[in-house]
Design a protein. Structure first.
Length: 495
C-alpha cells in the first residue's frame, strides 16, 4: 500500500533495538582477541566454544563501557545486577545459550532527545541498555538468496562468538506518524555519534559492529492500541533503517486493509530491493527460559566509580555541534546537512588534518556523498580517510590540481591507487604551470576563435570565458584558469 494511504488509516508504533560491539581487546568472558577480519575460527578457546569444564570471567572494561553508555543516554545505573542464560538452539552459539541480562540490566530508564532535520526534537525513551555476548557468524553457501533456505551447506565462524555487546532497547516510539522513518534514522545516527564520542566502539555498521533491529506495528488510526509487531533483524546502515520502517508500514497496512493479520515474526531486510522477507516466528521472552547465570558473580558498581565515569563523559553531541558550528562558521542549514549526511566527524577530522571548514564540507557532502549514494553505502564506509581528503585539498590549495582534477584524484584513492599525491603522479594529473606551454595553448585558441578575440579587443572581457574553455580543452583540464585568463587578456588587450 502507498505510504501516505497507510498513514491515513493506521498509526505506527516503533521499537528500536541497537546492538553495539564494544572495542575491547578481548571477548566478554574470555581472553580471546576481538580483531575484525581474522581467519575463521582462529580467535576461539574452550570458554567461548562452550566446552565442558570451562568457566567465564567478566571483562571489566566491558562493564565500564556499558556504564558509560548508560550514563550518556541519561539512564539510571543499577547498584546490583547479574547475568542470565538465554537458552535457544542456534548453530552460531556453540553453548546453546547466550550469556545476557534479562530482568536486571545494568542501565535502565533513560532517554535520548533526537533532533530532526528541521530542528524538531523528538524524545526517544530508553527502556534498558544491557550487557551480553555476540554470536558467531553463519555463511550459507549455494542458493540465490544467501539465506539458509535453498543453501547447499552452511559454514560457521566462531571468532565473533563472545565479543562484548551492548543492546540498547527503546520503549515504543509513538506519535511520529509520517516522520517515523526519519525519526528512526535520526535516532540511530545520533546514537552512533554518542558512541563514537565515548570511544567504546567503532560503530562500523557495514562491518556489523553496530546493528539495528526494527520493531514495527500498526493500529487503527486514533485507537490508542498497539498492533502485532514484526522485528526486522540486523539492519546495517542508516539509510536502510529508514527504508525498513517505511516498507514495513506499507506492508502491514496492505495486509490489515485486506482483512489479514500480522504474524509476529522476524524478517530480513534486503539492501538491493529495499524490501523485507520472512525469517522465523518470533519467540516471546518466556520461550528462552531465562535463568540467572550460575558461573558469574553479580555486578555491583560502586556509586563512587559511577560518578567518576559520569564526570569523565565527553560533551553531549548537541553541545558539540553548536561549538563546532560556531568555530567553522557554518549556517544552520549547512550544519544540519552535515549532520544528516553522517559526515560531522569526518568533516571535523578533515579540518584537523589541515583543510578549511568549507572545503572539507564541500568534498564530503558533494563528490564523496555522490559516490557513496551510487554505491549504496554510508559516506563513512567509503575507502578514503579524512587525511586523504585534506591531502586532496592541500593539492588544490597549492595549485597542483584544480577542483575538476581533484575529482579524478578521489576516484584513484577510492580505487586503491594510493595517497592523493600517488594518484596525481601515477595519472599525470598535475596542472601545467609553465607559462610557455600555456601561452602556446592561448595562441592556438585565439587563432581558432578570431570573432571571440575581436570582442575581447573591443573591451568585452567577459568573452574571455569562451577562450579559457578552449585552452582547458587543449590542456586536458590541466591549466590554471586564472593564469590562462591573465595570459589571454595580456595577449589581446596589449596588441
Amino acid at each position: 500500500m502507498n505510504f501516505d494511504e497507510a498513514l491515513a488509516a493506521f498509526d505506527p508504533a516503533m521499537g528500536l533495538e541497537v546492538h553495539v560491539e564494544l572495542n575491547t581487546a578481548t571477548k566478554m568472558f574470555c581472553g580471546c582477541p576481538t580483531e575484525f577480519g581474522a581467519e575463521p575460527n582462529t580467535q576461539t578457546c574452550p570458554t567461548c566454544l562452550g566446552l565442558p569444564g570451562s568457566l567465564p570471567v567478566v571483562n571489566g572494561k566491558g562493564v565500564e563501557s556499558a556504564i558509560r553508555i548508560g550514563l550518556a543516554l541519561n539512564c539510571s545505573i543499577a547498584e546490583w545486577c547479574r547475568f542470565a542464560r538465554k537458552n535457544y538452539f542456534y548453530p552460531d552459539m556453540p553453548k546453546n545459550f547466550q550469556t545476557s541480562q534479562y530482568d536486571e540490566p545494568i542501565a535502565f530508564d533513560g532517554f535520548l532527545d533526537v533532533e530532526l532535520a528541521d530542528g524538531e526534537v523528538v524524545r526517544v525513551e530508553i527502556e534498558r541498555a544491557h550487557m551480553e555476548e555476540d554470536t558467531g557468524k553463519s555463511t550459507h553457501v549455494g542458493g540465490s538468496t544467501g539465506r539458509i533456505h535453498g543453501a547447499d551447506y552452511s559454514l560457521v565462524d566462531y571468532n565473533r562468538a563472545g565479543i562484548p555487546l551492548i543492546e540498547i532497547v527503546t520503549r515504543p516510539i509513538l506519535g511520529t506518524r509520517e516522520r517515523a522513518p526519519e525519526v528512526a534514522k535520526a535516532y540511530v545516527a545520533q546514537l552512533r555519534e554518542i558512541l563514537l564520542g565515548l570511544g567504546v566502539s567503532d560503530v562500523r555498521m557495514e562491518q556489523g559492529s553496530m546493528r539495528c533491529d526494527v520493531n514495527l506495528s500498526l493500529a487503527p488510526k486514533d485507537s490508542g492500541l498497539l498492533g502485532t509487531r514484526t522485528e526486522t533483524k540486523n539492519v546495517n546502515s542508516l539509510r536502510s533503517v529508514e527504508r525498513a520502517v517505511r516498507f514495513e508500514i506499507s506492508r502491514h497496512a496492505e495486509i490489515l486493509s485486506g482483512g489479514g493479520s500480522i504474524l509476529q515474526e522476524t524478517r530480513h531486510f534486503h539492501e538491493d530491493t529495499g524490501i523485507t522477507t520472512s525469517g522465523r516466528e518470533k519467540s516471546d521472552a518466556e520461550d528462552y527460559r531465562y535463568f540467572p547465570e550460575p558461573d558469574l558473580v553479580p555486578i555491583a558498581p560502586s556509586r563512587e566509580w559511577v560518578e567518576q565515569l559520569r564526570s569523565e563523559l565527553p560533551e553531549p553531541p548537541r553541545v558539540r555541534r553548536a561549538r563546532l558550528q560556531e568555530a567553522w562558521g557554518f549556517s544552520d542549514l549547512e550544519m544540519r546537512d552535515t549532520v544528516g549526511a553522517g559526515a560531522l566527524g569526518l568533516v571535523e577530522e578533515t579540518i584537523a588534518a589541515g583543510a578549511a571548514p568549507q572545503a572539507a564540507r564541500k568534498w564530503w557532502l558533494g563528490e564523496l556523498a555522490r559516490r557513496a549514494n551510487e554505491d549504496g553505502v554510508e559516506v563513512s564506509a567509503l575507502p578514503i580517510t579524512p587525511a586523504d581528503v585534506a591531502g586532496v585539498q592541500a593539492l588544490v590549495d597549492a595549485k597542483t590540481i584544480n577542483d575538476k582534477l581533484a575529482r579524478e584524484v578521489f576516484e584513484g584513492v577510492l580505487a586503491g591507487e594510493g595517497t592523493p599525491a600517488d594518484v596525481v603522479a601515477k595519472r599525470g594529473l598535475a596542472m601545467v604551470s609553465d607559462d610557455g606551454a600555456l601561452a602556446e595553448a592561448v595562441a592556438t585558441a585565439i587563432a581558432a576563435n578570431p570573432d571571440v578575440a575581436d570582442k575581447i579587443r573591443e573591451g568585452k572581457v567577459a568573452a574571455a570565458g569562451a577562450l579559457i574553455g578552449e585552452v582547458m580543452k587543449l590542456m586536458r583540464g590541466k591549466a590554471d584558469a586564472a593564469r590562462v585568463r591573465e595570459l589571454i587578456l595580456e595577449s589581446l588587450t596589449s596588441s
